[in-house]
Design a protein around this ligand. Structure first.
Ligand code: SF4
Ligand code: SF4
Length: 404
């Protein structure tokens, strides 16, 4: 960090760790505004154009500037090597890895100044043995989150693909679409609460393209959130059937189309070509290859776990925030668990008991405080035994997909 004070800096990575690196630089560099050029990302289509007034661009942009830049690689362990390779391929050797573990104390101090009470309660519940430095840092970054709000909205709860272990419970969800009147009201209310500081919004599902009035939904979203990055996130299956009005709406409203590819017999290339003909470049999340695996969260009927420990370990907590029917949820599991309860006759805390009413608060601070703490479902989530890399398969609607 001392060396970085002498150069222009680009932070490679605009995710949680990139933003933490930015917070650390702000603390340590006296002339931060002069030093920092922006964030670099690999997939520019998946990221907002700026994060808290710091620009986000792809690497080409910075290379084309033709100035001396030090790249600070600030990403999760698994993404480091591909980025180093990319820099080497462009003969860029002026880079450093952001060694986040060195700055945990500094970040804790920042956190403590924000809310000593919350800091103390989490610290007293911290399970050193079962929380890695990287997980703790990700948690800290979500605690330190302030400024621009990112969130997601289900346009349809159900889905036309039905993947096993779906975190939105779409295979077992009742048919349900977002109501346009409620959506407009909620977005206006949120906009007012956060003073327009809404960064990125995912219009998601289930499968959002199932919504019978999708163009109207898109128009409402753009009208209420004129400056936000809006992305429609789909499994793509309905793309060949979308009409001209849909393509026109995406173009006119500057709404992105993100597709997750699955290992199924479906011609994604033809979709990409069709979208291009309509003026839309499809983006594919972090990886352009089909998703071949899924992860599995065990949900217990009883409140068995320390909710603070589960929350600290959880990569959904205050990361994939959900707006649903006038309420904010910390994660999609909590926002959709009522579907699971109904299908399997379970009684996990849901709906009003795991969310906060955006009409029942005076200011955004109250919502933010709620999202930064465990909700009543957290004690049911066995985050210590998450299973990853389960081969992707269609759901058999067996309760074991969410319990074993
Ligand atoms: S495509 Fe699969 S993971 Fe996505 S909402 Fe549908 S069922 Fe869930
Ligand atoms: S309910 Fe809590 S622990 Fe469970 S997924 Fe959501 S935030 Fe994580």
């Amino acid at each position: 960090m001392e060396n970085l004070n002498k150069e222009k800096i680009v932070i490679y990575g605009a995710g949680r760790i990139g933003q933490i690196a930015c917070a650390v630089l702000k603390e340590l560099c006296s002339n931060f505004d002069d030093k920092i050029l922006g964030y670099a990302v690999t997939h520019i289509n998946n990221n907002p154009n700026e994060i808290e007034e710091i620009e986000v661009h792809d690497l080409d942009y910075y290379v084309d500037l033709g100035v001396d830049i030090k790249y600070l690689i600030a990403v999760r362990e698994k993404f480091k090597n591909p980025i180093i390779e990319e820099l080497k391929n462009r003969n860029i050797s002026n880079y450093e890895i952001f060694e986040y573990s060195k700055y945990i104390k500094l970040l804790e101090d920042l956190w403590k100044t924000q809310s000593e009470e919350r800091f103390m309660i989490f610290k007293s519940n911290k399970d050193e043995e079962n929380l890695s430095d990287e997980e703790y840092l990700m948690f800290l970054s979500r605690q330190l989150k302030k400024g621009f709000l990112n969130f997601e909205i289900n346009l349809a709860d159900h889905c036309n693909l039905n993947c096993q272990c779906c975190s939105h419970f779409s295979p077992i969800a009742e048919k349900h679409f977002v109501d346009c009147v409620q959506l407009e009201r909620d977005l206006k209310r949120l906009y007012e609460l956060v003073d327009g500081k809404i960064g990125k919004v995912l219009l998601i599902g289930g499968e959002p393209l199932l919504h019978p009035d999708i163009c109207n939904v898109l128009r409402i979203a753009r009208k209420c959130l004129p400056e936000s990055k809006l992305d429609l996130m789909s499994n793509g299956l309905l793309i060949p059937k979308m009409n001209e009005e849909f393509w026109q709406a995406l173009n006119d409203l500057n709404i992105g189309l993100m597709v997750t590819k699955y290992p199924i017999n479906f011609d994604y290339d033809a979709c990409e070509k069709l979208a291009l003909e309509k003026g839309i470049v499809i983006s594919y999340g972090a990886l352009p290859e089909p998703v071949k695996t899924t992860s599995h969260l065990t949900i217990k009927d009883e409140n068995e776990f320390n909710p603070y420990q589960m929350y600290m370990k959880c990569d959904h907590a205050n990361e994939c925030v959900v707006l649903r029917e006038g309420r904010m949820y910390t994660c999609p599991f909590a926002a959709n668990i009522h579907q699971y309860n109904k299908y399997y006759n379970k009684h996990i805390p849901s709906q009003d008991s795991v969310s906060i009413d955006i009409y029942g608060v005076d200011n955004w601070g109250a919502v933010e405080e709620y999202l930064k703490r465990p909700n009543k479902m957290c004690g049911h989530c066995d985050r210590y035994n998450m299973k990853y890399n389960i081969p992707w398969a269609v759901s058999k609607r067996n309760v074991k997909e969410w319990t074993m």
